[in-house]
Structures are given as structure tokens and as C-alpha cells.
Design a protein around this ligand. Structure first.
Ligand code: ADE
Ligand code: ZN
Length: 336
């Protein structure tokens, strides 16, 4: 009943939406050697020992993206796939540093991304926005350099985030990066409490003052921190299948999403890196609903949270919430 409700996706990495078939096609198009010969080879490689191991494969796969049109094709394919799941609003992460290393200019990367966003908007009505992410296993100086390099794009960007290998790279190391984003009036999010401890979530709040926390799973072990997330109205963009496939949670039945929601935290469901973790947005809703025995009403509430936690204007959020309520009522009357 909820599958076609309008949805928001707030935590998806563009480079993590690369399907095995497109990876192999781009490898051939751009003559980039890869150690995989078939889709089966790639799917066989997608068994991760944890976040660092996954990131190694993600960055290796991303090497096949070389030209502006590759970024266009990847973005367009993801938006088309998201649209099938009822996704109406996307706030997606793009991580330029991997591609800058390969001498692909930022303008080629973002030019392709924004052309595809425009075509997807006019083609099937999806609204997509972009946050750039820096990688925390690099230095803060590198994050600041990215921020500076992106200056010509500020008016088209929603904001900035931080991803990459979490453990050993605490939020406080990026205090100046976040302060500078705020000075520029840009929105911010930070991956915290995925692979790292609840201390990193607290430190992120204290030092970086983000608008949202990406993942935040570890916060569930800390009642004081949960209270802060509620009081300070900081949403969590959670990604159930990612957490399962990276061993953040051993079993989705133990995932803290519902517990956090019941405590009053604004939790949302997202897909992170869909082909790598075995599912797009509806697959994530389905997996967490089954594991936690959520009712259709519970899922519709989570779907609404996606809009409430988004950076969209109030009117957009209210219209989506009204459509979700209509869709839910229509179903209850058996009319949809
Ligand atoms: N980049 C892409 N996916 C990520 C994740 N799950 N955690 C941190 N950085 C990422
Ligand atoms: Zn992520």
C-alpha cells in the first residue's frame, strides 16, 4: 500500500548508484581496466568485511566514470530508478574528490549531474538537489579546498557533507570546514555513528552543528544523546540495508530505527549505495518493515518523515504530506 506513496530520498551517494551493468559498460567505453568480467563477478565481490572494505570497492568501481556524459548517464539512470519507487524529492551526495584525483574537472562532474537532473525533472517530474561530500579519511585542508573549488556552483548546491572511513577520523577534525560552510549559508550533514561510536555523534553536534546526521545508529545506545537529537530536532538519515550489509547491525530485527522513532527522533529511511547493498528505497522500507513488524501506518509515517527532514520549502513539504495522507486514506477506503 505504501509502495507508490510519494517519497523523499535524503541519503544516497551518486557514485554508489553505479549498477554492475553500467560499470562494465563505462569500463569499456572509457577503456578503464577493471578486475571484473561480468555482472556475476561484480555481484560476487559485493560481500563486505565492513565500511573500509566497502569503500575500497566503491572507489575502485568509480574509476570507470571519466567524462561529463558518464556523470549524466549515472545520474539519469538513478533518478529514473528512484522514480519507480515513488521518489519525488532527492537530496543526493556527490563526492568529487575521487574524480578530481583522476583529473576529471569539477565542471565536467557537476555539469553532467545537473544536466541529468534537469532532464529528469522535465521528463518525469522528479526534484533532485545536490550536496557535495568530502572524505574524512583525507585532511580537513582537502575538504576546505573542495569547498573553495565549488564556489562557482554554490547557488546550485544545497550544501556539503562528510563521508568516508569514520573510525579514527572524528568530526572535530573538520570543525573549520563546517564553520566555513555555515558562514557561506550552506546546509550541512555529517556521517556519524555508522562505523564510529556514539561519542562521534555527540562531537558532531557539539563541534560541527550539522542540520542532519547521516546514519546515527550508535546514538541509540546513549539516552542523553537521543534526548539531544529530539530537543535539537536533528533528523537521522538511516539506511537499513547498508547497515546490514556493512555489519553495523547484525540483524535488521535489532536495528534501532523504531526505538529511536518512539523516543521522538525524526528518523528517515534511505538507500545509501543501492546496488552495492542490494536494494533501492522501497527495498529498504520493505526490509525494515518486515524486520521490525511495522504496520502500513508506521511506514507511511516514516515516508512523511523523509519530507519533514528534507531541506525543501515548507510548501513542498506540506503538499507531500497531504498527498501521503490522501494516498493512505485512499488505500484504507480501498480506492487505490
Ligand atoms: N560513502 C558512500 N557510502 C558511504 C557510507 N555508507 N559511509 C561513509 N561514506 C560513504
Ligand atoms: Zn552514506
Amino acid at each position: 500500500m505504501w509502495a507508490q506513496l510519494p517519497k523523499a530520498e535524503l541519503h544516497v551517494h551518486l557514485e554508489g548508484t553505479l549498477e554492475p551493468a553500467m560499470l562494465l559498460e563505462l569500463a569499456e567505453r572509457n577503456r578503464v581496466p577493471v578486475p571484473w568480467n561480468s555482472i556475476e563477478d561484480l555481484e560476487g565481490a559485493y560481500h563486505f568485511e565492513g565500511l573500509p572494505h566497502f569503500l575500497t570497492l566503491l572507489f575502485q568501481g568509480a574509476r570507470v566514470l571519466r567524462q561529463r556524459r558518464d556523470f549524466y548517464d549515472l545520474t539519469h539512470a538513478y533518478l529514473r530508478r528512484a522514480h519507480q519507487d515513488g521518489v519525488r524529492l532527492v537530496e543526493m551526495f556527490v563526492g568529487p574528490q575521487t574524480f578530481l584525483d583522476a583529473d576529471i574537472p569539477l565542471d565536467a562532474q557537476l555539469g553532467g549531474v545537473f544536466d541529468a537532473i534537469e532532464d529528469a525533472r522535465s521528463g518525469f517530474g522528479i526534484d533532485a538537489k545536490v550536496l557535495l561530500t568530502a572524505q574524512r579519511h583525507r585532511t580537513e585542508a582537502a575538504a576546505l579546498e573542495l569547498l573553495d573549488m565549488a564556489r562557482p556552483w554554490y547557488d546550485r548546491l544545497l550544501g556539503f557533507g562528510l563521508g568516508g572511513a569514520e573510525r579514527g577520523n572524528p568530526p572535530a577534525e573538520f570543525a573549520n570546514y563546517y564553520a566555513q560552510c555555515r558562514r557561506l549559508g550552506l546546509r550541512t550533514t555529517i556521517h556519524a555513528g555508522e562505523d564510529g561510536p556514539s561519542d562521534y555523534v555527540r562531537e558532531a553536534l557539539d563541534v560541527c552543528h550539522p542540520d542532519r546526521i547521516d546514519h546515527g545508529v550508535a546514538a541509540a545506545d546513549d539516552p542523553e544523546l537521543i534526548k539531544r537529537l529530539v530537543d535539537e530536532r536533528i533528523p537521522l538519515t538511516m539506511c537499513p540495508l547498508s547497515n546490514l550489509r556493512l555489519g553495523v547491525t547484525p540483524d535488521l530485527r535489532q536495528h534501532p530505527l523504531r526505538r529511536l522513532q518512539q523516543a521522538g527522533v525524526l528518523v528517515t529511511v534511505n538507500s545509501d549505495d543501492p546496488p552495492y547493498f542490494g536494494g533501492y528505497l522501497n527495498d529498504n522500507y520493505r526490509a525494515i518493515a518486515t524486520a521490525l513488524d511495522l504496520t502500513d501506518h508506521d511506514v507511511a509515517t516514516l515516508v512523511g518523515n523523509g519530507f519533514a527532514a528534507s531541506f525543501a520549502e515548507r510548501g513542498v513539504v506540506d503538499a507531500a504530506l497531504a498527498d501521503i495522507a490522501d494516498g493512505t486514506r485512499g488505500h484504507a477506503r480501498g480506492t487505490s
